[in-house]
Design a protein around this ligand. Structure first.
Ligand SMILES: C[S@@+](CC[C@H](N)C(=O)[O-])C[C@H]1O[C@@H](n2cnc3c(N)ncnc32)[C@H](O)[C@@H]1O
Length: 247
């Protein structure tokens, strides 16, 4: 199910304790390393490369990528608190971020009341950037792992702390920051089979498609009418598989 609306308006309307895992990829608001990068107002230009006229540049912008780091951290703690209320005791949270936002994101997770329990690293073996001369290749992103109190013991699963996956090709993706299904299928397994996964920043619905493919239920929230429709279309294509499993 995809609900179109602002995360801070939609989450308070949902019942307490209905979710087994929250897995999300909020707008990173991570600015840039140079003044020129920080001046880029467009989420599409920031997260994609290539000439005008390329398919990747025709993807619509997405909202919410304009906060500075302090206000981003404060805003995250607001919706993360609501996510905690919605989650069963011991359920998990996974929040995506890049290296620049790791400190602010970990503060927000804990300020919201989650127990910070670790970090899952997503390695992009064919990342489009190059290794930095004299330094390291920034070919990773992170999912901060939090739990609603002590981690649950009724879902026996052992998941990897490092996942390798290549982002969808620019010519194929339906969202500027679309996550690979390979990665998402691994992450959704933190919810038990038949459990419910919430993604409050659903984008093109990658978390939902992975959840359904792995036999989990899905609730997504998305502010952009365009991307809410993309997510609904992708979910409609996979939902019959879950219905068949449950029949
Ligand atoms: C980084 S993208 C998520 C991409 C997604 N993981 C995928 O694979 O397609 C973040 C999404 O959050 C949405 N968004 C931004 N602000 C929001 C808000 N206040 N409430 C709900 N969704 C919001 C944006 O429209 C964008 O699609």
């Amino acid at each position: 199910m995809i609900v179109e609306g602002d995360v801070l308006a939609v989450l308070p309307t949902l019942d307490t304790g209905i979710v087994d895992a929250v897995i999300c990829d909020p707008p990173y608001n991570s600015g840039g390393r140079t003044a020129a990068e920080r001046r880029r107002g467009s989420s599409r230009d920031k997260y994609t490369t290539g000439r005008r006229g390329d398919l990747r540049n025709e993807l619509p912008e997405f909202p919410g990528d304009n906060r500075d780091q302090r206000s981003w951290g404060y805003w995250c703690s607001l919706w993360l608190s609501e996510c905690l209320r919605l989650t069963v005791p011991g359920g998990s949270l996974l929040v995506a971020c890049d290296w620049r936002q790791l400190p602010a994101a970990s503060d927000a997770v804990q300020a919201a009341g989650w127990v910070w329990s670790g970090v899952v690293t997503w390695v992009k073996p064919r990342h489009r950037s190059r290794p930095t001369r004299g330094g390291f290749w920034r070919q990773t992103e992170y999912y901060l792992w939090g739990t609603a109190g002590p981690v649950r013991t009724d879902h026996e699963v052992y998941l990897p702390g490092v996942v390798e996956a290549t982002a969808p090709a620019a010519t194929e993706r339906q969202h500027p920051t679309e996550k690979p299904l390979e990665l998402m299928r691994e992450l959704v397994r933190v919810a038990p089979p038949g459990g419910t996964v919430l993604d409050p920043f659903a984008g093109s619905g990658s978390t939902g498609v992975a959840a359904v493919a792995e036999g989990r239920r899905f609730v997504g929230v998305e502010l952009s009418a365009h991307y809410a429709e993309v997510a609904r279309t992708r979910l409609a294509a996979v939902q019959p598989a879950l219905d068949a499993q449950e029949a």
